[in-house]
Ligand binder design. Structure first.
Ligand SMILES: [Zn+2]
Length: 268
């Protein structure tokens, strides 16, 4: 979700065609341990290093999944802005894959942040190794199309190619088959739902809150973070604070409201 995407796409296209090798760290990523939050003294000190006033609370070990996630396989994907749960968790989601700061991998590892990345192939380009490292420290990898088009109005075959094509990219790079899809710009039509279902997607993930360089904005409803909120951390603006700084600011708000970070994939 970003202005200036065309420039990124252009540069990504210039870099496309690089050898798609799998390095040892990527292979490590395929064995990623999910949902582990160790409680060693060192882990408890990590919050200071990342500018938090207190350790981030562990999410519930038995998440309360909403009934809406228990759907027959034949149903169209559910569309979610917010997860219906009473667990005191919010979900941190990131789009596109343009910013690839190695320090952000350290932050996710140190804080055991269960973040979710919705990746667009033409933006990530040859940068998948970074996301393999994120996956190795617990991040979820999800689908955000091959080329980031606005989906509404595109024919079924075109929408299906964008979604299924990225499913195949992520499967070949990480050995995963995402169940979650975020349409570019958060826009979709009924054709998108049918195409996504055909590609094995069970949920279209939108967001209720967004962390921008100006702070948190709310697309709908209450003007504060609520349990179950899906937060888009972005957009990636060259002039705004870097990903890790935006995440730090958001985490301080999350903690101030008595919440912590849950793993979206545990709830949908
Ligand atoms: Zn996007």
């Amino acid at each position: 979700m970003r202005a200036g995407l065309a420039a990124v796409l252009a540069s990504a296209l210039l870099l496309a065609g690089c050898a798609q090798s799998v390095d040892p760290i990527e292979r490590l990523g395929k064995r990623a341990a999910q949902g582990v939050r160790p409680s060693s003294p060192a882990a408890h000190q990590a919050y200071r290093r990342w500018g938090l006033a207190a350790p981030l609370a562990a999410p519930p070990s038995h998440p309360v999944r909403p009934l809406t996630s228990q759907r027959p396989d034949t149903a169209l994907p559910q569309v979610v802005h917010h997860v219906a749960t009473t667990d005191k968790v919010v979900f941190l989601t990131y789009d596109d894959g343009a910013e690839r700061d190695p320090r952000f991998v350290d932050m996710v590892r140190d804080l055991h942040l269960p973040v979710s990345f919705f990746l667009t192939n033409s933006v990530v380009g040859p940068g998948y190794g970074h996301f393999a490292r994120l996956r190795a420290v617990g991040a979820g990898i999800e689908n955000h199309t091959l080329d980031h088009p606005a989906m509404p109005g595109l024919p079924f075959a075109g929408q299906r190619a964008e979604i299924c094509g990225q499913q195949e990219k992520l499967r070949s790079r990480f050995g995963v088959r995402p169940r979650l899809f975020r349409p570019p710009y958060g826009t979709y039509d009924t054709t998108t739902l049918r195409a996504a279902a055909d590609c094995g997607i069970s949920a279209l993930v939108l967001w209720r809150a967004a962390m921008t360089s100006d702070g948190i904005t709310y697309a709908r409803g209450a003007r504060r973070l609520l349990p179950g909120d899906i937060v888009l951390v972005g957009p990636d603006e060259a002039t705004g604070p870097a990903l890790k700084e935006r995440t730090r600011r958001l985490l301080r708000r999350v903690q101030a409201q008595g919440l912590t970070v849950g793993r979206l994939e545990d709830y949908l």
